[in-house]
Write a protein that binds this ligand. Structure first.
Ligand code: SF4
Length: 289
């Protein structure tokens, strides 16, 4: 790919069209870490206000590390995938205990934190520390695959690494994310306004109406949330938080769940995952000692 031509076009587009997002106003690594964990499975529009509220309640990694788990789950309520809250709490404790309260800048050290995968590690390294790491979320992956005409994920990381301009890692990854979120849409890419169009391998196929070219690179559709196991778990976590130290019994949880879910099985699964503990037939949020 002709990155020396592509980079200036993308960075110029970003200066004009980049989204204004609250977490782009900071380079504080803890704040960036919280944002990136939230953004993993929740849309940016839903994260915006919640991120600010979260930081107001837990303003530092130390504050998060010593917070009761029930407060954290309460604050996380509605964001979904509560396991992320559990892992973020564990990460805060490790950062305080092993890294002196400073979120590491090295992607390898970041990946060693509880629940921090390749995406969050790269995002913190790039967005907080300007390290030239490729940040491959689902949108950026789609953009790069279309641009380079790559139908398989293999080789994409090397391509993405070669693309990052060493002196503009933050702006580059932010720009690709914005192109993915606003221009190179999964099913209706807006090639006519895309800064990558002069170099894009998929563009010709899309213009010719080859449906497979869109489908092949579109993100998979999410399974419905209503009535799902995920919804049942989310409702159970909310019930546990509201119940407080007295805990929740399966009989009390049952009316809160969608049809077809076994309250005891849901609570036991949450206990196995570390959300709660079983005590005399009741379940209470598991606080870390
Ligand atoms: S030209 Fe079209 S397919 Fe290619 S990256 Fe841009 S929006 Fe996506």
């Amino acid at each position: 790919m002709d990155w020396s031509s592509i980079r200036p076009a993308v960075l110029a587009w970003f200066r004009q069209h980049g989204r204004s997002l609250p977490w782009r106003e900071t380079r504080d690594a803890y704040a960036v870490l919280v944002a990136e964990v939230m953004l993993c499975q929740t849309q940016a529009s839903r994260v915006a206000g919640r991120w600010e509220r979260f930081l107001a309640r837990f303003p530092s990694v130390e504050a998060l590390a010593r917070a009761p788990m029930s407060h954290l789950l309460d604050e996380w309520s509605g964001l979904g995938y509560n396991r992320r809250a559990l892992q973020l709490h564990a990460t805060a404790r490790v950062v305080v205990e092993r890294h002196g309260g400073v979120v590491p800048d090295d992607p390898g050290a970041l990946r060693a934190l509880p629940g921090v995968g390749g995406y969050v590690a790269a995002a913190v390294a790039a967005f907080a520390y300007e390290r030239p790491e490729p940040v491959l979320d689902v949108n950026v992956t789609r953009v790069l695959r279309r641009l380079a005409g790559v139908t398989r994920p293999a080789g994409l990381r090397a391509l993405a690494s070669a693309a990052v301009p060493p002196a503009a890692a933050w702006a580059w990854s932010s720009a690709l994310m914005d192109i993915g979120a606003t221009v190179c849409l999964p099913r209706r890419p807006r090639c006519d306004v895309c800064p990558l169009s002069p170099w894009c391998a998929a563009r010709g196929a899309l213009r010719a109406g080859v449906a497979e070219a869109v489908e092949a690179y579109a993100s998979p559709r999410q399974a419905p949330y209503r009535g799902s196991r995920r919804e049942a778990r989310g409702l159970a976590v909310r019930g546990l938080v509201r119940a407080g130290p007295g805990g929740l019994s399966p009989a009390e949880l049952r009316p809160l769940l969608p049809d077809g879910h076994d309250a005891l099985a849901v609570l036991r699964a949450l206990a196995r995952d570390g959300f709660c503990r079983e005590r005399d037939g009741r379940f209470v949020v598991a606080e870390v000692e």
